[in-house]
Design a protein around this ligand. Structure first.
Ligand SMILES: [Zn+2]
Length: 643
């Protein structure tokens, strides 16, 4: 995610001197060969689909027959119990209310029936989640914020029915309990269900327990701790099937619901979710707003594949993840007197909870297949003026080139499609929705496109295992902005094939590092791996500090080894998630001086850059290990070792 107007990015502060650092060659020689654009842009229009539409992936959603059978399927016979109502570890104070245990999310069919002019989900609207039980389940939960204190822009939805494997199931909404509560997830103590920015809750009653949820601040103007100690809303949808679900079995859950989707008020007072647009909705949801338009397992490491089969008011376009399979006109009906249209999108790649895209509106949508087969989509709200649309289009047309530039560092682009949707609501941030990046406020800018497109590898394909690892992917996306600036310097100095251009590229990165490394004030005061909800998407700890930390890491490992490490991470963890120890282990493998002293020093580097909160002011109070050619003490001793 990149927030606008919050001073989260650093490159604007660039200035001054260039400095030669003896940069080695980078392995970047294929770029200009690949930069040819293939194919022509095709306007997407709604055609009458042929009969017998095939939705790939739907086979997964077929009901499984593996529920415990027979009269002996009671809890005792199978050691069945309720699934955990969270995936957060004990003590977590970053969205500890989200995620659900006892099963793995495999596939989701989104089946919206949506009246775009009135912004309402109609009867027939729902989702079908295909999961695999990891224990015998008497009940399990989903995340769904169907009502909000934000009565203007928040959701107002009603669950009509829930079925499990096609059979009616009972359901209820409960509050979250703090993760690890020894009294269980329905702890009768009200203090076990309180919101806070921090652990312990504190608040006016000095609650010593960890928080059960992150606060939903009404605006950015209220004090961040103003909701600490208040009761968490009942956003856990607990489903009890008619018979327990056997451990290891695949099962389907269908939730039918109607009403108005909306936005989630976040721990920093901004909103995310389903933003009302003049002709529908604009969906951009990090970190937890997906549950404000659909029930799901709302946790980054929960990554099902997706089919979207949305029926919406005629004349409206659905923008979702993956590839567009088909569109189909439907005749007038009671719900849609003017007719409707069904859009089918499919993502074979799994998608993290906060990256599911499903905007509906009057979008101009075009599609183009590049010469390497990647499909590029461009969508813009028809309400954007023609001149601005043309400006936006010029930047959107750079996406293939940016993808090829970033591929030199990250390896092959991980998806079969990529795209951008520009909506009109002022969402205050842009987001790396998987294969369909959202830009809000009717405009797009090049530097943020480098940032969000970098996320397709980092965050999207390789996802953080929990919210406190957000810095890992935001740091790499910020690195993409530093690389963009370096590329501009390179182009201004003879281009990538000239020694002067290459030196300018390296000098630009060194300058980016040195400028931010000199920062004082509160720059170093939050450990990147331990932020509060209020600062998660605005602080230097999430963006610039890890961003320049990667520049230092690139100097320590060497440019080729750094790229090799990134590509190994993609190969090993692509389509899944990664933990902080796993990340560090891969970078350790590419340390060019593999002595125990150097491994120890690299461990200390990670501790300083990722896990340490310093006193304000910088100077002595900042990471002391940097990299060769950078400001600060560097990494190796004069003999090239670490002792
Ligand atoms: Zn970002």
């Amino acid at each position: 995610m990149g927030r606008r107007g919050r001073n989260t990015r650093h490159h604007n502060a660039r200035a001054g001197s260039s400095e030669s650092t003896g940069a080695g060659r980078r392995g970047r020689n294929t770029r200009q060969h690949n930069a040819r654009a293939g194919g022509r842009w095709l306007r997407i229009t709604v055609a009458t689909a042929s009969a017998g539409l095939i939705l790939p992936g739907l086979a997964l959603a077929a009901p499984a027959s593996a529920a415990p059978a027979g009269a002996g399927a009671g809890a005792g016979a199978w050691h069945c119990s309720a699934g955990a109502h969270t995936l957060a570890p004990p003590g977590s104070h970053l969205y500890p209310d989200t995620g659900n245990g006892g099963y793995t999310s495999l596939h989701t069919l989104v089946h919206l029936v949506y009246n775009a002019p009135t912004n309402q989900f109609l009867p027939g609207n729902g989702v079908t989640l295909t999961d695999r039980a990891t224990q015998c389940l008497t009940s399990f939960s989903l995340d769904f914020e169907r009502k909000s204190k934000n009565t203007k822009d928040g959701p107002d939805m009603t669950v009509r029915s829930v079925t499990v494997n096609g059979r009616p199931a009972s359901f209820t909404f409960v509050q979250p309990t703090y993760p690890g509560d020894p009294h269980g997830q329905n702890d009768p103590n009200p203090a076990a269900h309180e919101a806070s920015q921090t652990n312990p809750v504190g608040g006016p009653h000095h609650n010593p327990l960890p928080p059960a949820c992150s606060p939903e601040l009404p605006s950015t103007k209220v004090p961040p701790d103003s909701l600490d100690g208040t009761q968490c809303p009942a956003n856990k949808l607990v489903v009890t099937p008619s018979v327990p679900v056997r451990s290891g079995s695949q099962f389907t859950v269908t939730v039918s619901y109607t009403g108005r989707p909306g936005v989630h008020n976040d721990g920093d007072g901004t909103t995310e979710g389903w933003f009302r647009a003049p002709d529908g909705g604009f969906v951009t949801t990090e970190p937890v707003g997906s549950e404000d338009w659909m029930p799901l397992n709302d946790f980054p490491a929960a990554k099902p594949t997706y089919n979207f089969s949305d029926t919406v008011t005629a004349g409206h376009t659905v923008i979702a993840n993956g590839v567009l399979l088909s569109t189909k006109r439907n005749p007038a009906s009671a719900e849609f007197p003017g007719g409707s249209v069904t859009w089918n999108w499919f993502s074979r790649a799994p998608i993290a909870s906060y990256l599911v895209e499903n905007s509906v509106g009057k979008y101009h949508l075009t599609e183009r297949t590049a010469d390497n087969g990647t499909q590029y989509y461009e969508a813009q709200d028809a309400g954007i003026g023609a001149a601005q649309r043309a400006k936006n289009r010029a930047i959107m047309n750079m996406q293939q080139n940016i993808t090829e530039f970033e591929s030199q560092f990250n390896g092959t682009f991980p998806f079969t499609s990529d795209g951008v949707v520009v909506g009109t609501p002022n969402a205050s941030f842009e987001e790396e929705m998987q294969t369909m990046i959202t830009f809000a406020g009717g405009r797009i800018d090049t530097d943020t496109l480098y940032h969000e497109n970098m996320h397709q590898w980092w965050g999207d394909n390789v996802t953080e295992d929990d919210y406190n690892l957000t810095f890992f992917k935001e740091g790499l996306a910020t690195l993409a902005q530093f690389l963009h600036q370096a590329r501009l310097a390179e182009d201004a100095n003879g281009g990538p094939y000239s020694a002067k251009g290459q030196a300018a590229f390296q000098a630009s990165l060194v300058k980016s590092f040195n400028q931010s490394y000199a920062a004082g004030g509160p720059f170093w005061t939050v450990a990147p791996s331990d932020p509060k909800p209020v600062g998660l998407f605005s602080g230097s700890s999430t963006y610039v500090r890890p961003g320049i930390g990667y520049i230092a890491l690139r100097q320590i490992l060497g440019h080729t080894n750094f790229t090799q490490a990134l590509q190994q991470l993609q190969r090993t963890y692509g389509g899944s998630d990664v933990t902080e120890p796993e990340l560090e282990a891969v970078f350790q493998q590419w340390l060019p001086v593999p002595t125990s002293a150097c491994h120890t020093r690299l461990r200390e580097f990670f501790t300083q850059w990722w896990d340490t909160a310093y006193r304000p002011g910088g100077g002595k109070h900042r990471p002391k290990i940097t990299g060769p050619g950078l400001a600060g003490p560097g990494f190796y001793n004069p003999h090239g070792g670490c002792s």
